[in-house]
Design a protein around this ligand. Structure first.
Ligand code: PFF
Length: 456
């Protein structure tokens, strides 16, 4: 590598492994365990899962490589990286808008992400105290309803989670959380396997599997296809600069292709396992697959209520879920914090606290959308639904679209090949990446958008 290379003022991961851990920490979160099952349930199952998997393979992985590449070459917050790279490639500085939109999307997502992570925190205690033991489906539903209808309690948990996020972000990118991810992610994986084991014992395992993996394309709507695409971006933390900024802390010798692949596989496995644990329970207890955002909180406690050692496993599961959410939330706000440090001369602590406070404030609107304001709807959506739709289904795919265009239409092949370092035997990988990113991603995103608004 040449001596022209930039160095990030925010520091660097200690190794290739640290990057994989941090990026996996960002990718694996509420999106896999909370969101994937409920949107799959609400959009008919198998066909939705297939569309989602296709999006991961032909859009998600190439965009992840593009984002890491841009980040590592720019070595600054997404806004400033895009600015430097567009200058370097002799293009318009307006490309920094990709960084802006991402930074705003991350902030908006964090505001509601923290509220849901708060539910998981609350459930740690509900599980540990044996509240689920022997409970019926109605009992479990009652516990959920009681929690989400109480704004005060939600606010307390939301506040706690936001403070946890601010503390880690304030301490910087190489804080202890990445080390925690090394142990906690495998543990989460194991506990999901235990839950799948329980699901097998319910007698409805095959119903769940069939629901997840037998595609019936009459069950997926145009809007459902957009949701699947949006979720591919959301679950891999793409389209908003989180992976870009993590790429900016990556060491020069790490392989972008291999690491992106590893992260995407791990992320997908966790989501599928969560689905395989949840849907058999849904069918065994005659619950509604389309129950919405409460789905995991209404299903998994039933399993913990029945299995031996339930309170312990339940507590462990929700603790791990909180950690998974924690390692994602810090990446949601990192682009904003890095930008405040770079452009506004702020120190990390002030930047983190300020960003956190604003996201916390906005989160209160999400809290109310589950209780006091649950009847207030725009286009048939509550505030939370609207925020989620705007960010995951519009802002992230658009961000991804422009990242793809920048990486393959604006950036020279020389630059991308140099940064991706796919030479010699790996040359075909470069061409596959280039083809998918240059043609397939933009076309797919545009077609899905037009399709969703009824133009196609
Ligand atoms: N990927 C995270 C999840 O699946 O929970 C959510 C997320 C994190 C989305 C970071 C976007 C992001 F930039």
């Amino acid at each position: 590598m040449t001596d022209k290379r930039r160095v990030s003022m925010h520091g660097q991961w200690s190794s290739r492994w640290a990057f994989i851990l941090a990026a996996t920490g960002s990718a694996v979160g509420l999106g896999n365990i909370w969101k994937f099952p409920y949107i799959t349930g609400a959009n008919g199952g198998g066909a939705f899962v297939i569309v989602y998997l296709i999006c991961i393979a032909i859009i998600g992985i190439p965009i992840m490589m593009a984002e890491v590449m841009l980040g590592r070459r720019g070595r600054q917050s997404p806004i400033n990286s895009m600015l430097s790279l567009s200058k370097e490639e002799g293009s318009h500085k307006g490309w920094q808008i990709v960084g802006w939109s991402g930074m705003i999307a991350g902030f908006l997502i964090l505001s509601y992400y923290s509220v849901i992570a708060g539910w998981a925190l609350a459930y740690v205690f509900r599980a540990a105290t044996g509240m689920f033991t022997g409970a019926t489906a109605e009992g479990i539903e009652g516990i959920y309803n009681e929690l989400v209808s109480d704004p005060e309690r939600l606010l307390a948990w939301h506040t706690l989670f936001m403070v946890m996020t601010m503390v880690v972000v304030a301490r910087g990118v190489r804080s202890g959380l990445e080390q925690a991810v090394r142990f906690l992610m495998p543990a989460l994986f194991v506990i999901l396997l235990i839950l799948v084991g329980y699901a097998m014992s319910t007698g409805s395992f095959m119903d769940g599997i069939r629901f997840l993996f037998t595609p019936d394309f009459s069950k997926i709507s145009k809007a459902g296809i957009l949701i699947a695409l949006g979720h591919a971006f959301f679950t891999l933390s793409l389209g908003m600069g989180a992976i870009m900024i993590y790429g900016s802390y990556m060491t020069d010798d790490a392989s972008i292709a291999k690491t992106s692949f590893a992260v995407a596989i791990a992320d997908t496995l966790v989501a599928l396992l969560a689905g395989m644990a949840i849907f058999p329970i849904v069918f065994a207890y005659g619950l509604e697959p389309g129950a919405g955002p409460g789905l995991i909180f209404k299903t998994l406690p039933l399993a913990f209520g029945q299995m031996p050692g339930g309170p312990f496993f339940g507590m462990l599961f929700f603790i791990l879920l909180v950690f998974a959410a924690w390692s994602s939330s810090i990446s949601l706000i990192e682009p904003l914090v890095a930008w405040l440090v770079e452009n506004h001369n702020m120190n990390r602590v002030t930047a983190s606290v300020m960003s956190g406070i604003f996201a916390w404030l906005l989160g209160i609107a999400t809290i109310f959308s589950f209780n006091l304001m649950s009847g207030v709807k725009l286009f048939g959506k509550t505030f939370f639904d609207l925020l989620d739709f705007l960010t995951a289904n519009i802002m992230l795919p658009l961000g991804g679209l422009f990242i793809a265009i920048f990486a393959t239409w604006v950036m020279s092949r020389e630059s991308s090949r140099d940064e991706l370092a796919l030479v010699g035997k790996a040359e075909p990988v470069y061409f596959i990446w280039y083809f998918l990113t240059r043609f397939i991603t933009p076309i797919a995103v545009i077609v899905v958008f037009l399709n969703a608004i009824g133009v196609l």
